[in-house]
Write a protein that binds this ligand. Sequence first.
Ligand code: GTP
Ligand code: MG
Length: 448
Amino acid sequence: MILDVLTIMKFIDEITISVRAGDGGSGCMSFLREKFRPNGGPDGGNGGRGGDIVLKAVTNLQSLADLEHRKRFVAKNGNHGEGNSRNGRAGESVIIPVPCGTLVFDAESKEGIADLVEAGDVCVAAMGGRGGRGNKVFASSLRRAPRFSEKGERGEERPLRLELRLIADIGLIGLPNAGKSSILAAVSNAAPKIADYPFTTLSPNLGVISTDIDSVVMADIPGLIEGASQDKGLGISFLRHIERTRMLLHVLDLSSGSAEIVEDDWRVVRSEMERYDPELGSRPCIIVGNKSDLCEDLPEKSGALAGFFSGLGMEFMVTSALTEENIPELTKRVIDFSREHPRPKGEVRIFSDVRVLGMQDLPQSGTKRKIQIVPTPGGAFRVICPQLEQAAERYDFSQSENTARFTRLLRKYRVEELLEAAGAAAGSSVSIGHSSFDFYPDNDDFGG
Ligand SMILES: Nc1nc2c(ncn2[C@@H]2O[C@H](COP(=O)(O)OP(=O)(O)OP(=O)(O)O)[C@@H](O)[C@H]2O)c(=O)[nH]1
Ligand SMILES: [Mg+2]
């Protein structure tokens, strides 16, 4: 029974949700009133920040299906500031878990927001509004009784399109019934459904080959048929789940006919795949001639195929998932390849907009200010933003008025939130242009 439930569980790799971050609480206008001090000073506290909407990649999800039942997420507003210098508490953020490999787009502008690849990758998809400042903050020697305070900012709201492209090292492709899932089961810990009819696999399966030192993740997708790119069979959209692999295993059924027929089988899948993405055609690929146990003329056929594929510069291996012929060799080959070609540890996973956390050329769009926060060794951060770098050059920080002006500028650019989202903590060193600062957030959580 449980197995049945698992097999009908939906696989969803694309979904649109809407998110709304919390509003900032308003600052308070208030004056100290005590029995013997009729003219006490201003004591209105600041409003708390609104909660963010954060997406976080986790390992225990393999599809976006969980989001189908809940498509709107709203984070809490910050509390308002109060008299007696009491700051409002920050609104709680909402953390939405998504599978590793989830790309996040603004569904309206189509702009990319983030690519959450590794477990633990996070992105702030909608930023909570800043809390307004209370009148206490505005008091100075010249303005002892400020009769104003700020309102909190509205939290961001936007529709998001999430697209999953699974993260795996090796991808299995081939015609339906060629034995892809059988090979996955033979080499990895996966137990996919295997049956003697086409389209047994209806959604991708991941399997892990574990060794003492590392592990290799293999993705098995539904079979492709001629015309898949015109939506025949299950179509070709599942190919997105092998796009991020570093090597493909193209599985052929050696028992489907003569060597020429097997070559034709290869051409069909190959051309559908290239129609989806020509780049997949140049991906390292091992041709796996499977079901060798069903072949009577194995030596001649495998000889002819080996010649054909070596002529194309491709590696060819004969296997049987049933008798396990050459399965240990294939497993070893896959592990060796994965070790020799490790997954590039890119820091370019979060792109565009002010939320950028990595190095990348930013698209110039609209009037939005583009800021990048780049983590540097030793737990420090560099803020990359031409306007701020120029200001840092211009301002003479030995004059306290300039420090205040620059602080206002950083506030306008929301640098504090960005640094926090990038993981900066109180005391972190931050450089902008040629200047360095210590990071002291002034508006994170006032603690109520
Ligand atoms: N004799 C023999 N049968 C095999 C071998 N490999 C797979 N099979 C059988 O071939 C059938 C199809 O295997 P699957 O692993 O489900 O094939 P698939 O390529 O995943 O098929 P789809 O998911 O439909 O695309 C099953 O009945 C398997 O038991 C093999 O090496 N030898
Ligand atoms: Mg299958």
